[in-house]
Design a protein around this ligand. Structure first.
Ligand code: ZN
Ligand code: ZN
Length: 363
């Protein structure tokens, strides 16, 4: 049985528990996770005994290659998706249909309810997302590739960095190198923020020159094809000021301590607390205004979330970022981010870009 079929079987077990006849998967990322099909505009219907991909003729060949074990329900040109889905539901005598509440718009829900009049729609949440939190061997291997591509792209950009380059040029170079090393693109538009601009946790690159201040924050990741990586490093292009040394030291200490705390059985909020208490004790508690980290996978942000109030328990196979930061308006921000795999006995750091402050000195 393929790993995709195994995933669908796990979803199937929810059907009788929730007393529904089928789940209609309309989130394209969830469809990819459950089928291996990487195109879009396609739904997956998981019933008690069979699974159907509802797609159109553009994808017939790709579907045959990527998920030959599935029943295909291909609509012809000019045939609208929802009436087509409705006919399939009627044919299969689906009365109670679970739908993905988290990703469905109100408009889509109304249109589906109108098209599938004989079905009762039952909103369910997180069925697929919960499975996606635990990565299998293949997903972990792909994430390793994404981490490695991110490292290699960064190394080239770092080696060719000049004070005259702008934030935008550095971001463009990162993306170009990521593709040269085999990635299909970035995990998200990279953040390249010089000096004071790095105090904005989500700064977009501008025409600011790298040489305009002592340091630059770079937050980037690569999509290897399906799975993504996510890192943040500081590059020191000027001198290491006492303030930078102090702030950087606190963030690094918090990050290393939080990574050390990662193992199965520990709650997400406990890991967040390890980093947060170190930053608070140093007097910067109010300057760490975001959660400690997030899961990565097919999406850049997925479960679990490492933050306050998150009681989810870490389990082997989860991949999370650990990214504490201190942001001082007018001066700048320091964030250090790595991707961590939860293993049976503890954890493994998947990203390997050096992060001791001296190692961040350029030139
Ligand atoms: Zn990041
Ligand atoms: Zn992140």
């Amino acid at each position: 049985m393929s790993r995709f079929a195994q995933r669908r079987d796990k979803i199937r077990r929810n059907l009788s528990k929730r007393n529904v006849d089928a789940l209609l998967v309309t989130d394209f990322t969830n469809v990819a996770y459950l089928t291996g099909f990487t195109g879009d505009d396609s739904y997956l219907l998981v019933t008690k005994d069979r699974d159907y991909v509802v797609s159109d003729q553009r994808y017939t060949t790709q579907l045959g290659e990527e998920c030959s074990d599935l029943e295909l329900s291909i609509r012809g040109p000019g045939k609208k998706m929802l009436p087509f889905v409705s006919r399939l539901l009627t044919k299969l005598k689906i009365g109670q249909l679970a739908v993905e509440a988290q990703s469905m718009t109100i408009a889509f829900h109304a249109a589906l309810a109108e098209a599938a009049k004989n079905c009762e729609l039952v909103p369910v949440s997180g069925w697929v997302e919960k499975l996606r939190m635990i990565k299998d061997k293949d997903e972990i291997a792909r994430t390793r590739v994404a981490c490695d591509q991110a490292r290699r792209a960064f190394e080239v950009v770092r080696a060719t960095l000049t004070p005259e380059m702008t934030e935008l040029q550095v971001a463009a170079d990162l993306e170009y190198q990521a593709r040269r090393f085999g990635g299909i693109g970035m995990s998200f538009p990279p953040i390249v923020a010089v000096g004071a601009r790095s105090a904005l946790p989500h700064a977009s690159p501008t025409t600011q020159k790298i040489g305009a201040d002592d340091f630059t924050l770079i937050d980037w990741g690569v999509n290897e094809g399906l799975y993504v990586s996510d890192l943040t490093r500081i590059l020191v292009t000027g001198k290491i000021s006492p303030k930078l040394r102090k702030v950087y030291g606190v963030v690094l200490k918090a990050q290393l301590a939080a990574i050390k705390a990662i193992r199965p059985g520990v709650t997400c909020e406990a890991v967040d607390h390890v980093a947060r208490s170190i930053i608070s004790k140093a007097g910067y508690g109010k300057r760490f205004g975001h959660g400690l980290g997030h899961g990565t996978g097919l999406d850049i942000h997925e479960g679990p979330r490492l933050s306050q109030g998150q009681s989810t328990v870490l389990a082997a196979g989860m991949i999370v970022t650990v990214e504490p930061g201190i942001y001082l308006p007018g001066w700048g921000g320091v964030r250090i981010e790595d991707d961590i795999l939860v293993t049976r006995t503890g954890h493994e750091v998947l990203t390997s870009v050096p992060k001791e402050l001296e190692a961040c000195l350029v030139g």
